[in-house]
Design a protein around this ligand. Structure first.
Ligand code: AGP
Length: 606
C-alpha cells in the first residue's frame, strides 16, 4: 500500500525521509519519490521500483532543504513509472497521496480547460493543480478547505508549498494519517511505524480533519477550518519487534513467534488463578445479543469463517460471516440485537473500515478484533479486543491469523458461558485447553523439516487443492491463500465434501492435494473424500493429529501429524504446516517473501 512521510526540521531532511520510506516498504509498493523545498524552489527526485533506486537517483541529483515529503506508491491510477510516482508538483505546490480521488476525471477536464498541464496519469495531480488554482485568490488554509470540499473519495495527503518554508499540510479522509513529534522537528506519516524510527509520540487525524505541521508546533482543524484539540499518544518503544533478528525474513520470524504471541494473548485474556476470562467492560447485556455477523477480508475473513463454526457449536446464537467488500454494498437489514464483529490485523483495511462505518451510521453494536489498537477500525468501534501479537511486518499474515482465531474463540467462550449455552464444567475444560495451546504450537513448528521435503511438488505443479471439512475448511482456504500469495501458484481451498460436485474433474495424475483431516468428528468422512482424489491420481499430503491406534497411510504421498489437543483447537495446529509450506515454496522460487508482488500489507484503498 502507499506510504507517506513528511518532515519539517531545523536541519536537512532528505536522508531522514529516505530512511522513513524504508520503514514503509513493508506496505508493498512499485515506485517512490521525495520532494523538498530548497531555497524557495520545490525539488523532486523519483524512481520506479524500490527505495534503493531512489537512493541511487538522489546520489546523482542531491536535493537539500529543511522541509520535505516522501512517498512509496502502490499503483491505482496510472502504471508504475517514474512520472506517475509521487510527489506530484507544480512550481507552487507538491503533494503525496494515499487513496483514490473518485472525481479526478471531471476535475482534470475542468483544470485542463483552465490551462493546467498534466504530466502524469495519476488522480493525485488534480490536487496539485486545484490547490495551485485556489492559492491565486485564497490564503493557504482556505485553499486547503476548498480543495477538500471539491475532491471525492478516500485519501491521506502530505503537501508542501513553495512560499511556505516551514510548514507541511496533512489531510485525512478514509486513509490513515499521523503526526509525530520530535526534537526541533515534527513529522507526518501514514502510520506510527513510519514515524517509529524518529518518535514514539504521535497524534492520529480523524476523517475530514487536516493539520498544519511546523517544526515548532502543530495545529489541527476540522473540515470547516475550526481548530481541534487532539491527544498525543506515547507508543511502545521496543524497536526490536521491528527487526528480523536472526531470521532471513519477517514471515519466518513471525511464524516462529506464534508460541510466544499465543502465550501473551492467553495471558492477557485468561486468569489462570480463577480460570476465568478477562474481558472487561463488555458494553452489552448477553440478552441483547441474539445474532452475530463477522466481517473481514482475506486471512481475517478466514478467521471469521473459523469462528462461525465455534459459535455454532458452543452457543445458540445465529452466526453469519461476510466479506467486507461484499457487505459494504449489500442491501443489509441492520439489526439492533446483532453484534457486528470486524476482524482486521492492521485496523486500516478500507473495505473493513467502510463496513464498520456503515454499521456505525446505522447505530448497531460494533466490536473489532485488531492487532493495531490505535488504528482507525479500533478507534471507531464501540468495543475493541486486541490480539496482542506485536507488529506483523510480513505481508502474508501468519501470527495475526492465529491471534484473531484465539481472540474470537475466547469471545465465543465468554458469550457461550454468559448465556448458559455451555456449563461450568465444559467452560473450565475449554479454558484450561487454551493454556496448552502455546506449547503445542511450539511442537508443531517442528514439522518444518517434513514440509521442506514436499514444497517443490507444489511449486512445480500447475495447481493444487487444499481440502477440509468443518473446522478444517476455513484452514484449507487459508492454506491455499498463503501458497497463492507467496509462491504465485494456483491453489484452491475447497470443502472436502464438495469435490464430487465438480472440482474432482481437476484432479489428474501427480497433482498435489493437501487433505486436512484431524481426528475430529469429520475425520472419517474426510478420509473417504481423500480416497476419492487418490483414486484419480492425486499426491496427497495428509495433515492429521497423532494417534498410535489408527494410522492412516495407505496410498498417501506424505503425512504430517500435529500434536493432540482439544478438538476445538486443532485448527490452530494444522495451520502451522501450511504456513511453513507457503514460506518454503516461496523460498524455493526465490521470491520476495515479505513483500510479495502486487500485494500490500494494509489495503487502504477499495
Ligand atoms: C493475508 O495473508 C493477506 N495479507 C490479506 O489477505 C490480509 O489478511 C487482508 O488484506 C486483511 O488485512 P487486515 O487483517 O489488515 O484487515
Amino acid at each position: 500500500m502507499c506510504g507517506i512521510i513528511g518532515i519539517t526540521s531545523t536541519k536537512n531532511v532528505s536522508a531522514s525521509i529516505l530512511n522513513s520510506l524504508r520503514k514503509l516498504e513493508y506496505r508493498g509498493y512499485d515506485s517512490a519519490g521525495i520532494a523538498t523545498l530548497e531555497s524557495g524552489i520545490i525539488k523532486e527526485v523519483k524512481c520506479e521500483g524500490r527505495v534503493d533506486a531512489l537512493e541511487k537517483n538522489l546520489s546523482k541529483q542531491k536535493i537539500d532543504g529543511n522541509i520535505g515529503i516522501g512517498h512509496v506508491r502502490w499503483a491505482t491510477h496510472g502504471v508504475p513509472s517514474t512520472i506517475n510516482a509521487h510527489p506530484h508538483s507544480s512550481d507552487k505546490v507538491s503533494v503525496v497521496h494515499n487513496g483514490i480521488i473518485e472525481n479526478s476525471t471531471i476535475l482534470k477536464k475542468l483544470l485542463i480547460k483552465k490551462g493546467y498541464e498534466f504530466k502524469s496519469q495519476t488522480d493525485t495531480e488534480v490536487i496539485v493543480h486545484l490547490i495551485t488554482d485556489y492559492l491565486k485568490k485564497n490564503n493557504l488554509k482556505n485553499s486547503i478547505i476548498k480543495m477538500l470540499n471539491k475532491v471525492h473519495g478516500s485519501f491521506a495527503l502530505g503537501i508542501i508549498f513553495q512560499d511556505q518554508p516551514d510548514l507541511i499540510v496533512g489531510a485525512r479522509r478514509g486513509s490513515p494519517l499521523a503526526v509525530g513529534y520530535g526534537p526541533n522537528e515534527n513529522y507526518l506519516g501514514s502510520d506510527s511505524y513510519a514515524l517509529k524510527s524518529m518518535t514514539n509520540k504521535v497524534t492520529y487525524l480523524n476523517d475530514s480533519e487536516f493539520c498544519i505541521v511546523k517544526k515548532d508546533g502543530v495545529e489541527f482543524f476540522d473540515e470547516k477550518g475550526n481548530k481541534v484539540n487532539k491527544k498525543v499518544l506515547e507508543l511502545s518503544k521496543n524497536e526490536n519487534q521491528y527487526e528480523k533478528g536472526d531470521y532471513k525474513h519477517f514471515m519466518a520470524k513471525e511464524i516462529d513467534e506464534q508460541p510466544i504471541t499465543i502465550k501473551n494473548c492467553v495471558n492477557e485474556y485468561i486468569n489462570r488463578i480463577s480460570n476465568s476470562l478477562n474481558i472487561y467492560n463488555f458494553p452489552w447485556k448477553d440478552k441483547d445479543i441474539s445474532s452475530i455477523l463477522l466481517i473481514g477480508c482475506g486471512t481475517a475473513y478466514h478467521s471469521c469463517l473459523m469462528a462461525k463454526y465455534w459459535f455454532e457449536q458452543m452457543t445458540t446464537l445465529d452466526v453469519n460471516v461476510d466479506i467486507a467488500s461484499e457487505f459494504r454494498y449489500r442491501k443489509n437489514r441492520f439489526k439492533k440485537d446483532c453484534l457486528y464483529i470486524f476482524v482486521s490485523q492492521s485496523g486500516e483495511t478500507a473495505d473493513t473500515y467502510a463496513a464498520l462505518d456503515l454499521c456505525n451510521k446505522n447505530n448497531v453494536k460494533t466490536c473489532s478484533i485488531v492487532n493495531v489498537v490505535e488504528s482507525s477500525i479500533a478507534r471507531d468501534s464501540k468495543f475493541v479486543l486486541p490480539i496482542h501479537c506485536g507488529p506483523e511486518i510480513g505481508v502474508a499474515s501468519t501470527k495475526a491469523f492465529l491471534g484473531q482465531m484465539l481472540v474470537l474463540y475466547i469471545l465465543c467462550l465468554k458469550l457461550a458461558y454468559a448465556r448458559k449455552d455451555i456449563d461450568k464444567k465444559i467452560f473450565s475444560f475449554k479454558v484450561k485447553s487454551l493454556l496448552e495451546l502455546s506449547k503445542n504450537v511450539k511442537k508443531t513448528l517442528l514439522t518444518e523439516d517434513q514440509i521442506q521435503l514436499v514444497c517443490k511438488s507444489f511449486v512445480d505443479a500447475k495447481g493444487s487443492m487444499f481440502l477440509g471439512r468443518g473446522f478444517s475448511y476455513p484452514i484449507a482456504l487459508e492454506g491455499a491463500l498463503k501458497l497463492k500469495e507467496l509462491a504465485y501458484v494456483h491453489a484452491e481451498g475447497y470443502p472436502a465434501g464438495e469435490m464430487k460436485h465438480g472440482p474432482l474433474a481437476l484432479i489428474e495424475d501427480g497433482m498435489p492435494v493437501v487433505v486436512l483431516a484431524p481426528r475430529d468428528e469429520y475425520f472419517k468422512k474426510t478420509i473417504s473424500n481423500m480416497q476419492e482424489v487418490i483414486a484419480r491420481g492425486a499426491k496427497v499430503l495428509l495433515i492429521t493429529n497423532k494417534n498410535k491406534d489408527e494410522v492412516v497411510h495407505e496410498n498417501i504421498w506424505q503425512s504430517i501429524e500435529v500434536e493432540n489437543i482439544n478438538d476445538d483447537l486443532l485448527p490452530f495446529l494444522i495451520t502451522i504446516p501450511l504456513q511453513k509450506l507457503a514460506y518454503h515454496s516461496a523460498l524455493n522460487k526465490g521470491y520476495d517473501i515479505d513483500k510479495p508482488r502486487n500485494l500490500a500489507k494494509s489495503v487502504t484503498v477499495e
